[in-house]
Ligand binder design. Structure first.
Ligand code: ZN
Length: 200
């Protein structure tokens, strides 16, 4: 039973849509926001709209970027544009960059193939990866999807898809425990995983 006025109830419902936020937490967040000064609430709302309005996808690597041009990694002369590390999520780029080992560029799939969740190859940024590789600039593709069932299946699928283009396809070495997630791996483990990658 809810006793909130409709506008507050609406705010609770919006918070409850966020990943990992249950009904109780949503109520707590809504009440917190309501208790803050007007300008703080406005800054919060503006930040959401501004991010939504100005963040787009890099046309090359599909990572999130400000505006419509190439992201800072794809346009950097210091990065090896011939080596492409394929990850499922923008969070994985941040994790790998944190390790300061990898000098190449990325391709972000925005998910993994998952028949159980009705995610097929067409739902991911795979066509853009194939186009990139078929362009001839790419020499090595490193599969850095998570070492769980769906991550492995996605890496295998992409490997079969890309090898005909004559690129080297490798997979991260596992210091990373099977079933775990890249974003939670420590820097040393990630560094070893990149160094010790094996050809697929
Ligand atoms: Zn990019």
């Amino acid at each position: 039973m809810d006793y909130f006025p409709p506008a507050l109830e609406n705010l609770v419902e919006q918070f409850a849509k966020l990943p990992g936020v249950g009904r109780k937490s949503a109520q707590r967040l809504a009440l917190y926001v309501l208790g803050r000064p007007e300008e703080e609430a406005k800054a919060f709302a503006d930040a959401i709209l501004q991010a939504k309005g100005s963040i787009g996808y890099c046309p090359k690597c599909q990572n999130l970027t400000q505006g419509e041009g190439l992201c800072s990694l794809c346009s950097s002369p210091r990065r090896d544009q011939h080596t492409v590390c394929v990850v499922a999520d923008p969070k994985d780029v941040i994790a790998l960059e944190r390790a300061h080992e990898y000098q190449g560029v990325y391709h972000v799939l925005h998910g993994v193939i998952s028949p159980m969740n009705h995610v097929g190859p067409d739902d991911l940024r795979i066509a853009q990866l194939v186009e990139r590789v078929s362009g001839g600039e790419v020499e090595e593709v490193i599969m850095a999807t998570n070492p769980d069932t769906e991550g492995e299946a996605t890496a295998m699928y992409l490997s079969r898809l890309l090898k005909p283009f004559g690129v080297k396809v490798s997979r991260l070495a596992y210091g990373i425990p099977v079933g775990s997630h890249l974003e939670f791996a420590d820097d040393a483990t990630l560094m070893r995983a990149i160094e010790g990658r094996r050809e697929m």
